[in-house]
Design a protein. Structure first.
Length: 530
């Protein structure tokens, strides 16, 4: 009877908490902002609640819990601010949390937590992170006592193989039972030599089961969400290649473009590691597991966002626009991504954040222009990228958003409105068809530059600002064949050498084609390029 009573009491409290809990839309801690170009509404954490800079977690960590109660973020002073002696502040990032039930902000974690990338268990509202000594794993329970630090385990010096710890865990991921963590760690062996390891840390025994050692800088390790025996990690700095000179010295040179770009790797407990080449654009960065663990996705830069299915090995493009960081929604329907707004990337540059609806092939900017907070000559010592991510079981997009006063802040955007704008037929731009200057017998591989500015001047593309306008026109190519018209798979690139309003289209032409037509605002999702 006692157990039944308290179970009923817990249920009543939980229901009451859900009713009284605030949201980003209703909390007094947030302010409503509308993008001046697209009209997309976001809710920004008010400036200065924690510190000068306030930013979301790295996109692999998820900044908000699924129950909608907690939003974890980083905060720190202005690193360019000088004290009375003329010294600039050092980076002193600290974790904070918005508690929507109490509608307040307070520091989270114990003395060990800092600017590192933690693991937020979005189901149990617990935050896991590496201890200050880099030889322990800690946890804080956001529901019970967010400021209390529990040391889950400490590792013996023997795991360092006689060296000293240089870095423990780029960002943590945990096994399904939350009793172990998949970790990349770097060991300084002295004399400029380093060793890189991957392993599974056991919280109960304090031991490290080593999976593999690499002879290159391996980091960004992440465990598959549904398979505790499969890890993903990155070869950091692989854009350069170590080579031996004629006199026997080793030096680093740019990697030839015709070599497979070796960024992504899979790891297994038996020590086996497998490179995962990107067949789309031969480039990969900022890789991550899909939420269901059935595949992995990555930014292929000008190749868009790519996805690999583990079962079949097939790769496909899930977003055609060039990206720096991207995040695939848990239902596989949407992609949110960021890119340099001024086509010039550096620490503290201007950013753009956009939402791509894979079901309709339409895209809209959430933040059409986030101004720079630094200069290329004097870059920010922080990691001030937008890092957009789907959170709260897909209800919101969270991103770091720069303001006009040079501050970073946390912006939360409801996904329902983004879905509506990119799905509603009433908001869809009108599709137009233009003949391409191509004759039968021309090359079978084509590249076409579509100039959005010129098409706007002809009334073929909506001119901003219009609330429902997509951030970019979408394009397709139709081939005219004896048996009828056929829409071709098209690669669409925005950025790189293209001008701000240009899109470069690349496609193969069927041998029997008698003509080609450019379709502006082509309906339907983009298909992968063959």
């Amino acid at each position: 009877v006692r157990g039944s009573f308290y179970s009923e009491l817990d249920r009543w409290i939980a229901e009451k908490d859900t009713v009284s809990m605030k949201t980003p839309e209703t909390s007094h801690l947030f302010e409503r902002k509308e993008d001046p170009l697209t009209g997309v509404v976001s809710f920004w954490l008010k400036s200065g609640l924690a510190d000068f800079h306030q930013q979301s977690l790295y996109f692999t960590a998820k900044s908000m819990t699924d129950d909608g109660r907690f939003l974890v973020f980083d905060a720190c002073p202005d690193p360019f601010r000088k004290d009375r002696k003329g010294h600039e502040d050092t980076e002193t990032r600290r974790k904070y949390v918005v508690d929507f039930l109490k509608d307040t902000v307070y520091p989270v974690g114990g003395s060990s937590i800092d600017g590192q990338i933690p693991f937020l268990d979005v189901k149990t509202d617990k935050l896991y992170y590496v201890g200050k000594d880099h030889m322990s794993i800690c946890m804080c329970d956001l529901r019970a006592n967010p400021s209390e630090e529990t040391v889950l385990c400490r590792f013996p010096e023997s795991i360092l193989e006689g060296g000293s710890i240089r870095r423990m865990g780029t960002h943590l991921t945990l096994t399904r039972d939350r009793k172990k963590a998949f970790i990349d760690y770097s060991v300084d062996m002295g004399g400029g030599k380093h060793r890189w390891f991957l392993g599974l840390a056991d919280f109960e025994t304090g031991t490290m089961a080593k999976w593999a050692e690499t002879d290159f800088c391996s980091n960004h390790a992440g465990l598959n969400p549904v398979d505790d025996a499969l890890g993903l990690f990155a070869y950091e700095g692989c854009w350069r290649k170590p080579v031996k000179t004629a006199d026997g010295r080793m030096e680093s040179v740019p990697r030839p473009s015709d070599e497979v770009y070796p960024r992504m790797w899979l790891a297994h407990p038996n020590g086996r590691i497998e490179m995962q080449p990107s067949k789309i654009w031969n480039f990969a960065t900022h890789e991550n597991w899909a939420d269901d663990g059935r595949g992995l996705y990555w930014s292929a830069y000008h190749g868009g966002t790519a996805y690999k299915d583990l079962a079949s090995g097939a790769q496909r493009r899930v977003c055609p626009y060039w990206t720096i960081h991207s995040c695939l929604s848990g239902n596989d329907r949407y992609v949110v991504f960021d890119q340099w707004a001024d086509n010039d990337g550096f620490r503290g540059c201007a950013w753009r954040v956009a939402f791509h609806n894979r079901m309709t092939g339409r895209c809209i900017a959430i933040h059409s222009y986030l101004p720079p907070i630094a200069t290329k000559e004097r870059q920010s010592p922080l990691h001030p990228d937008a890092h957009p991510q789907f959170v709260c079981d897909g209800r919101y997009v969270v991103a770091t958003a720069n303001d006009a006063k040079g501050r970073m802040n946390v912006a939360v955007t409801p996904v329902a409105e983004l879905e509506k704008i990119t799905s509603d037929p009433a908001t869809a731009p009108i599709s137009q068809r233009l003949p391409l200057d191509w004759k039968a017998g021309d090359v079978a591989y084509c590249e076409v530059v579509a100039d959005c500015a010129r098409l706007q001047s002809q009334g073929l593309v909506p001119v901003p600002p219009v609330r429902a306008v997509v951030a970019w026109a979408t394009y397709g190519v139709t081939a005219h064949l004896p048996q009828g018209d056929r829409q071709l798979p098209v690669e669409a690139f925005i950025g790189g050498d293209a001008k701000p309003m240009e899109t470069v289209l690349r496609f193969n032409v069927p041998p029997a084609a008698t003509g080609l037509t450019l379709v502006v605002n082509a309906p339907g999702p983009f298909e992968p390029f063959d």
